[in-house]
Design a binder for this molecule. Structure first.
Ligand code: MTE
Length: 449
């Protein structure tokens, strides 16, 4: 597939070792992970050498960096006034870090998807402006004064809420990932897409704020024998999804907040359903109605779409939970390792059934595994950032990550997943991803197993 020259967007920005990596603690920490003493010595030596090679240049003299002593114009003039920037924007030098539409997918004006640039992000929160977008009929910016949410069906008292009503109710804020069930869809076939933005970028993590759905259902007096809900959006796509009452009562929110501010219109302003751990399509945006019912609704978006074609030719319906998955975001497809030496292999891991317990990294296509460092304390149904120290000396390598979640589930190799699911699905591909590093440092997407 020929790609437009800007389609790889922002690739090749690999993280170099910060000065703190020179600390003795780190060198010791990574060498106490089970490698034998001879290898450990080699590794320590290689890592120390790599770190020296990436450390800062001398201040002056031959080979020194003259830019530290030359005063640039911004150090010799007044800065811009605060009034020029009432809502902050990224630096103009980051203009390439944007959501992108995949050149490999059919584009239509309204039914569309734009992918998050995972390769350029840090930590586990996705900036709201880079949250992936998936709309079945375009996005709308709804006047909140005219928006209503109704709860009806098997309830003692049907209720209608305004945004004001909801803002006055008890609220909670929680961090959760949102992943489209079709994320990584192209990897079912042989068409390995070039970058992690397009292979895994229907994935984002946010802090969501809203009213627990259980509280709203209580207020309406829901029938205790009811097992399902129908969630309906206010956009032109007539998006309707069946949600199990179990998920609704466990940890679902009717959310109005995202990362400390109101939802973005693309994410469902002013109200969206947050159903942690479930596939993205269940997170109905521009939420206008919740109907309590006693059976699944088999709506258009769950009868023919978002079903899995199994090897025996049958369709699997209502498989809504996103199983544990991880991906290395750097080095990743389309990037290039420019120098030999130290690299921080970094990526994201998540599970729709709980928290991330452990992430392992292989640099030889799954033959040997070593444990990565997890950032912070992994939260349930939220992205967890992992890091792994690696010294690259020009050899070809097959980089993989594998997550274990709090239920004991281990992310499958591609061959294991294909044995159970075949290759004719679109949805729910959580196989281990492989990036091949060639001897020239080029990184590309390959399918192993
Ligand atoms: N809700 C409505 N009303 N309309 C939609 O098109 N798209 C769904 C879901 N909720 C959709 C919707 C799909 S398929 C996904 S993956 C998620 O929203 C995407 O959420 P995002 O655009 O905030 O990333």
């Amino acid at each position: 597939m020929e790609l437009p020259s800007d389609a790889l967007g922002g690739q090749g920005r690999l993280r170099q070792a910060p000065e703190s990596f020179l600390s003795h603690e780190l060198v010791t920490a990574i060498s106490s992970d089970g490698v034998n003493s001879e290898r450990r010595g080699l590794l320590r030596g290689a890592l120390a050498a790599a770190l020296v090679a990436t450390s800062a240049r001398a201040i002056a003299g031959d080979g020194g960096d003259p830019d530290i002593v030359r005063l640039p114009e911004w150090s010799r003039s007044l800065g811009k006034p605060v009034a020029s920037n009432p809502y902050g924007q990224p630096s103009i030098y980051e203009a390439n870090i944007v959501r992108r539409q995949s050149p490999g997918l059919t584009q239509t004006d309204q039914a569309s998807v734009a992918f998050t640039p995972l390769q350029n992000l840090f930590g586990s929160i996705t900036p709201s402006g880079l949250h992936f977008e998936r709309h079945h009929q375009g996005w709308v910016d709804i006047d909140p004064r005219r928006h209503r949410l109704m709860i009806n069906g098997l309830v003692a008292q049907p209720l209608v809420f305004t945004l004001e009503d909801l803002l006055r109710m008890p609220s909670v804020s929680r961090m959760h990932f949102l992943e489209c069930g079709a994320n990584t869809a192209q990897e079912w076939g042989n068409s390995a897409v070039p970058t992690v933005q397009y292979s895994h970028g229907m994935l984002s993590g946010s802090e969501w704020t809203g009213v627990p759905l259980s509280l709203l259902l209580e207020r309406a007096g829901y029938d205790r024998t009811a097992a399902y809900l129908l969630a309906e959006g206010a956009d032109g796509s007539s998006m309707t999804r069946t949600i199990s009452m179990e998920s609704a009562l466990e940890d679902a929110l009717v959310a109005y907040g995202q990362n400390g501010e109101m939802l973005r219109p693309e994410q469902g302003y002013p109200l969206r359903l947050v159903v942690p751990g479930l596939q993205g399509v269940s997170w109905v945006k521009w939420l206008r109605r919740l109907e309590v019912g006693d059976k699944p609704y088999a709506t258009k978006d769950e009868a023919s779409h978002y079903v899995d074609l199994m090897p025996n030719g049958q369709l699997r319906q209502y498989a809504a939970i996103q199983e544990a998955k991880s991906v290395i975001t750097a080095p990743s497809g389309g990037q290039k390792l420019l120098k030999h030496g130290y690299y921080c292999i970094t990526g994201l891991a998540w599970s729709g059934r709980g928290a991330v317990r452990k992430v392992e990294i292989s640099v030889d296509g799954g033959r040997n595994w070593r444990e990565a460092r997890l950032e912070g304390s992994p939260q349930s149904k939220m992205l967890t950032r992992f890091n792994f120290d690696w010294v690259w000396q020009g050899e070809s390598a097959l980089l993989q990550s594998r997550v274990h979640d709090s239920t004991g589930y281990i992310q499958p190799q591609r061959a294991q997943l294909v044995a159970a699911r075949g290759t004719r699905s679109i949805y729910h591909n959580n196989a281990i991803q492989t990036w091949r590093v060639g001897e020239t440092g080029e990184v590309d997407n390959v399918q192993v197993g």
